[in-house]
Ligand binder design. Structure first.
Ligand SMILES: Cc1cc2nc3c(=O)[nH]c(=O)nc-3n(C[C@H](O)[C@H](O)[C@H](O)COP(=O)(O)OP(=O)(O)OC[C@H]3O[C@@H](n4cnc5c(N)ncnc54)[C@H](O)[C@@H]3O)c2cc1C
Length: 452
C-alpha cells in the first residue's frame, strides 16, 4: 500500500514543522507556499559581513517533542546558543536602562519598583486564587495579583516585545498561560520560582536557553523544508474541498490535486483568499476576525566604539509609560557569533504596534532617525550607523483579545466536522517560534493518527 499524502498549505514555521513531522511518521507531505521562498516571517539577510534576521532572531528552549524533531532534521547540528547575555535583559526606567531582575528576590530589591510596589508584590501570596480568568486581560490580571507597578513596569513591556499589543486587551491566559495557571492555584510568585528551580534542575548537563542557527533563523526553515521533500514555492492555494475519502487542493497555475488530508498553516489574514468547501466551513469566518497589528524592525549596525552601552544582554524592554518611539530592542551580536563584522555591533529595534500604528508608515529616513534618537539616548550611541535595514511587517502579529477562545472553538468544530483537515499557526497555537513549531508538530500528529 502506498504511503498517505498530505497537503500542507503555508511554508512558514508552523507548516514546515507539520510537514517535517509528517515525514518522520511515514506520511508524504507536499508543502504549498505562496512566496518564492519558505519561512514566512522568518527572513535572514546577509550583507557585507552582517547577518540580519528581520523577523524572529531567536527562539526560547523548545519543548521535548520539538527538540526531537529538530534533532531528527539536523537543526541541532547548526544550533547556536546565546551566551550569558541571553539570560540578561535591560528595561527602561525613567529614561535609562536598568537590569531587569531575574528572580523574585532580585525583584523585591530592584529599583524598578518603589517601596510601595515591592510591598504590594509581596502581598501576592495572600491574593485568593480566582478560578475563572478566561476573559481577564493581562493588565487586569497583573494588577489584581501583583499590583499596578508590576502591571506597568513588567507585564506591559513583555507584551510590547512579543505581540506589540495592548495589555488591557490581550487576554492573560494566552499571553502568560503558565503564570495564569500558577495564579489560579494560589501564589504565582512562589510557584513560578519553584518551576524555575525545577526547570534548571532538569536542564542540568544539557545546553538550554535562547538559540538560533549559525546561519540565522532562515536556516531553521530551510532545514525543515529540505527534510520535508516536496515543497512548491510561488504556489498559492485558492481552494480546499472535501471529496469522497480525501481532500482536493486547487493552487494557482495547477490542476486540482487529490490528497488524503490537508494541514492549513496560513496566517489568519490569509483565510479570506482561500475557498473552503467543507462541512461547517462558514465557522472559519471567525478566524478572519482575529485582529492583527503591524510592526517594523529597524536594524542598525555600529562600530563598537561608538556605542557607550555594553549591550551585555539579549534585549532592552520598553514600558509604554516611558513614551518612547521603540517597542523593544534586541542585541543579536551579543547573543550569537557572526551577526556583525569584528569590532561592530548590531541592534534591532521594533517600532509600531497597537499604540503607534502610524510610525511604520513613515518613510525609511524618518523611521531610522526616530530609532537613532532612541539609540543615542538609551544606549549612548554617538556615531552614525554603518548598516541600516528596515523591514515592515503589516498586520502580521495576531492578537488574542476578547472572543479569542470562541473563535478558536469554531475552528475546533470545523476539525470535528471534517477529520481530514487540521489548522495550525501563530494565530492558534501562540506567537513564539517554539509554540508555532509545537503547534505544527501536534497538527501533524492529529492528521497522522487520523490516517492510520
Ligand atoms: C518582526 C517579527 C519578529 C519576531 N521575533 C520573534 C522572536 O525573536 N522570537 C520568537 O519566538 N518569535 C518571534 N516572532 C513570532 C514568530 O516568528 C511567528 O509567530 C512565527 O514565525 C509565525 O509562523 P507561522 O508559520 O504561523 O506564520 P507565517 O510565518 O506567516 O507563515 C505562513 C505562510 O503561509 C503562506 N501562505 C499564506 N497564504 C497562502 C496560500 N493561500 N497558499 C500558500 N501559502 C500561503 C505565507 O506566504 C507564509 O509563508 C516574530 C514575529 C515577527 C513578525
Amino acid at each position: 500500500m502506498s504511503a498517505a499524502r498530505v497537503a500542507v498549505i503555508g511554508g512558514g514555521l508552523a507548516g514546515l514543522a507539520a510537514a517535517a513531522e509528517l515525514r518522520r511518521r511515514g506520511v508524504v507531505p507536499v508543502v504549498f507556499e505562496r512566496e518564492a521562498s519558505v519561512g514566512g516571517v522568518v527572513r535572514t539577510i546577509h550583507r557585507d559581513g552582517w547577518l540580519i534576521d528581520t523577523g524572529p532572531a531567536m527562539a526560547a528552549e523548545p519543548s521535548p517533542v520539538v527538540r526531537e524533531l529538530l534533532d531528527a532534521v539536523g537543526v541541532s547540528n547548526v544550533t547556536v546558543r546565546a551566551g550569558s547575555a541571553g539570560a540578561t535583559r535591560y528595561i527602561v526606567l525613567n529614561g535609562a536602562p536598568v537590569l531587569l531582575p531575574r528572580t523574585t528576590s532580585e525583584l523585591s530589591s530592584s529599583s524598578l519598583l518603589s517601596i510601595a510596589g515591592r510591598l504590594r508584590l509581596l502581598k501576592e501570596r495572600l491574593i485568593p486564587a480566582q478560578r475563572d480568568v478566561s476573559d481577564e486581560s493581562v493588565d487586569r490580571f497583573a494588577r489584581r495579583r501583583f499590583g499596578a507597578e508590576m502591571a506597568e513596569r513588567m507585564f506591559d513591556p513583555l507584551i510590547a516585545s512579543t505581540s506589540a499589543g495592548d495589555p488591557r486587551q490581550i487576554l492573560a491566559r494566552y499571553a502568560f498561560p503558565a503564570i495564569v495557571d500558577q495564579g489560579r492555584a494560589g501564589s504565582a510568585l512562589q510557584r513560578s520560582a519553584r518551576a524555575r528551580i525545577e526547570s534548571r534542575r532538569r536542564a542540568k548537563g544539557r545546553a538550554s536557553g535562547s538559540w538560533s542557527c549559525a546561519d540565522g533563523m532562515q536556516q531553521l526553515a530551510e532545514r525543515l523544508a529540505a527534510w520535508s521533500g516536496d515543497v512548491r514555492t510561488s504556489t498559492s492555494v485558492r481552494r480546499i474541498r472535501s471529496i469522497a475519502g480525501g481532500m482536493e487542493v486547487s493552487a494557482s497555475g495547477a490542476e486540482a490535486e487529490r490528497f488524503d488530508a490537508v494541514i492549513v498553516a496560513v496566517p489568519a489574514t490569509g483565510f479570506g483568499a482561500i475557498t473552503f468547501d467543507l462541512p461547517a466551513a462558514d465557522r472559519l469566518l471567525a478566524v478572519s476576525t482575529i485582529p492583527h497589528v503591524s510592526v517594523a524592525s529597524v536594524s542598525l549596525g555600529f562600530r563598537r566604539d561608538s556605542v557607550g552601552h555594553p549591550l551585555d544582554a539579549s534585549r532592552l524592554l520598553v514600558p509604554s509609560i516611558e513614551r518612547r518611539n521603540v517597542l523593544s530592542m534586541v542585541f543579536p551580536s551579543s547573543l550569537f557569533p557572526d551577526r556583525a563584522p569584528p569590532d561592530h555591533v548590531l541592534i534591532t529595534a521594533f517600532v509600531g504596534g497597537v499604540f503607534q500604528p502610524d510610525l511604520i508608515s513613515r518613510g525609511d529616513t524618518e523611521l531610522v532617525a526616530a530609532v537613532l534618537e532612541e539609540c543615542s539616548s538609551l544606549l549612548a550611541v554617538s556615531g552614525p550607523p554603518v548598516l541600516v535595514n528596515v523591514a515592515r511587517w503589516p498586520k502580521t502579529l495576531p492578537q488574542a483579545v476578547a472572543g479569542h477562545g470562541e473563535r478558536l472553538a469554531e475552528v475546533d468544530r470545523v476539525e470535528r466536522a471534517e477529520s481530514r483537515i487540521a489548522f495550525t499557526g501563530a494565530w492558534r497555537d501562540g506567537l513564539a517560534v517554539g509554540e508555532v513549531l509545537l503547534g505544527g508538530v501536534q497538527a501533524a500528529g492529529r492528521i497522522a493518527a487520523q490516517l492510520s
